[in-house]
Design a binder for this molecule. Structure first.
Ligand SMILES: [Zn+2]
Length: 599
């Protein structure tokens, strides 16, 4: 990878723009602030600095530039991060189609986009898609909605997509990897995963297609024997419990409305959008969980409305929602549909206003649970109220506790409300919560069992080793000086040794390392680091090094320290050992003299 390319890619991807597509940022002085995507952040701890083009989290310590941000966020290596950023900026990287690097995330996304286009062209134009078009018309979807969400059709003959892929020269293994086709059990070739289905591209928050949902056509010969809806299996691009359908289309509207509504299925999302209520998403075959909520908070959505059927998703749905409410810094509310409707029916039969009224009637998860319990236990006096409290406190006790002052405040508010609603004494509510929590923890400990104690972290490097790394990463021009005096074997700490060795190798490969701008030299080193943890160590060490002035003199002191430890000390030790062993005085005197000069 040419250095100019790396520089060009960095230049073309402003860090504020890139981070801003993952995290909602607001200006703060000369920087921007937001919730850190790398830990469960409750106050905006994450700074993005446009002048230096870097980011830093003051809580968890993550630090880096636009490339390392993508590495961390997308869990890819340096090379893949570059490809993603190049793709984002419309820069083409020269590629040889079959090299393993090009089987990375960017290429998988390209394949998904190719497939989505193909499915859509089929739906809009092909005679094969007659009944699919009729079906969507009957469901009441407009052409505009179909196009905006990229709906398509996968024909039913078994290997329609596999054939197209072969004709287009798409490598089979990638299509298998992203879950579009699978090898036949008998015979040669591949078959399509989605057959005779209306295709719903599942996109990430930035609009990349990462998976598909497919609905079988009602008149399909296999309609009675296969699942009505199926989703792509989990792939490197797609995690079921993390993504939400429609988020790319809902983000802006959600930021404007101040909340996002979560419904059950694709059709609910599409009909709501079509009715002008765009802040609507659906989970993908799982209930809404803490990860969904954290993702939503990061893109700037502070309030989440769960839209439940009239039977309120049973008690489990409410309890699960309450658990998320308790453990997350989020305003989570429950809205209930009228008896016998799902959102799609309601929108079709009674229009947008009826659905808006449902959303407006949402109550927060704790209130909802209290209402449910009070209704159930109303007639049974103080005992009934105690049972109601137990049911609510039992859910709270099981949920992971929120940390920090925000957690304490939330807990206090919840206890106060339970106390007031059920006319109980506050002390007794606290006491009961503590009791239930202790019991829950004991059960959890038992189920986790012994032997799960985390391993002790490795010992930190010696100060002179750490400082050597810091100074060389900050100023690669000094690598030559170090290479001439300090051998990698003299470095005890494995991480430091590996990184220093990497710098020495670079120095050996190109004599011009000293002439390269420090930034480019560092990027070149980074390109060779595969382990993301090690890349992080390098970034952090470099940041510390950059804060030090007079680095040449600093390196001199470090070299001296190495010299003392690795040459002088062993020498002195050797002389002392000899001294202990000698018998005659003149030899001892000679050794003592040598001991004094050995420094
Ligand atoms: Zn953080």
């Amino acid at each position: 990878m040419a250095d100019e390319r790396v520089a060009l890619i960095k230049q073309a991807n402003d860090i504020v723009d890139v981070v801003g597509t993952y995290v909602s940022l607001r200006p703060a002085g000369q920087k921007f602030k937001g919730l850190c995507p790398f830990h469960d952040d409750h106050r905006p701890s994450f700074d993005v600095d446009p002048r230096h083009q870097n980011f830093r989290c003051w809580a968890c310590g993550k630090y880096g530039d636009v490339i390392s941000f993508i590495q961390e966020q997308e869990r890819v290596d340096f090379r893949e991060a570059l490809e993603l950023l190049a793709r984002r900026a419309g820069i083409t990287l020269e590629k040889t189609t079959n090299s393993p690097q090009n089987r990375g995330r960017a290429f998988m996304l390209d394949v998904m986009r190719w497939a989505a286009d193909l499915y859509q062209r089929c739906l809009l134009e092909s005679p094969l898609a007659d009944s699919a078009r009729r079906y969507l018309g009957e469901r009441g979807l407009s052409g505009d909605t179909v196009r905006r969400f990229g709906l398509g059709y996968g024909p039913g003959n078994g290997d329609w997509l596999a054939q197209h892929a072969a004709n287009a020269g798409m490598p089979d293994d990638i299509l298998v990897k992203v879950g579009l086709i699978a090898p036949r059990k008998e015979g040669k070739g591949h078959y399509d995963f989605f057959r005779d289905r209306v295709m719903f591209p599942i996109r990430d928050g930035r609009g990349n297609t990462i998976a598909f949902g497919g609905r079988i056509l009602p008149n399909s010969p296999s309609a009675a024997t296969v699942g009505k809806y199926i989703n792509s299996r989990e792939t490197p691009l797609f995690t079921k419990s993390e993504h939400l359908y429609g988020l790319d289309q809902a983000r802006l509207a959600a930021a404007r409305a101040g909340y996002i509504a979560v419904v059950e299925g694709y059709m609910d999302v599409l009909m709501a959008q079509q009715a002008g209520i765009a802040q609507v998403v659906a989970p993908l075959g799982t209930a809404v969980n803490a990860r969904h909520v954290q993702n939503l908070r990061r893109v700037g959505v502070p309030r989440v409305l769960l839209v439940f059927d009239a039977d309120a998703g049973g008690h489990t749905g409410v309890d699960r929602a309450l658990e998320v409410f308790v453990s997350q810094d989020v305003d989570l509310a429950i809205a209930t549909l009228p008896e016998g409707f799902d959102p799609c029916d309601l929108l079709v039969r009674q229009g947008a206003e009826a659905f808006r009224a449902v959303l407006a009637g949402a109550t927060d998860a704790l209130e909802f649970k209290l209402n449910q319990m009070v209704a159930a236990e109303a007639a049974s006096g103080i005992e009934g109220r105690r049972r109601a409290a137990d049911a609510v406190l039992g859910v709270i006790a099981l949920a992971p506790e929120m940390s920090g002052s925000a957690g304490a405040i939330k807990q206090q508010l919840m206890v106060t409300r339970i106390t007031q609603r059920l006319a109980l004494k506050e002390e007794s509510v606290w006491a009961r919560l503590k009791e239930l929590r202790t019991r829950a923890q004991a059960i959890q400990r038992k189920s986790v069992g012994p032997g799960s104690v985390p391993a002790a972290p490795p010992a930190p490097p010696a100060p002179e080793e750490k400082e050597l790394l810091q100074v060389l990463l900050a100023e690669p021009a000094l690598v030559g000086v170090s290479a001439a005096t300090i051998r990698p074997e003299q470095i005890q700490h494995a991480d430091v040794r590996e990184l220093i060795q990497g710098l020495y190798d670079l120095q050996a490969e190109e004599a011009g390392l000293a002439q390269l701008p420090a930034e480019k030299a560092f990027d070149r080193l980074r390109a060779g680091i595969e382990d993301p943890r090690l890349a992080r160590v390098a970034l952090e060490m470099r940041a510390i090094g950059l804060q030090q002035l007079g680095r040449a003199a600093w390196l001199e002191r470090i070299v001296e320290e190495f010299h003392r430890k690795h040459q002088v000390e062993p020498q002195r030790q050797e002389i002392k050992n000899q001294l202990r062993a000698v018998g005659d005085d003149s030899a001892a005197l000679e050794l003592l003299r040598r001991l004094q000069t050995a420094s």
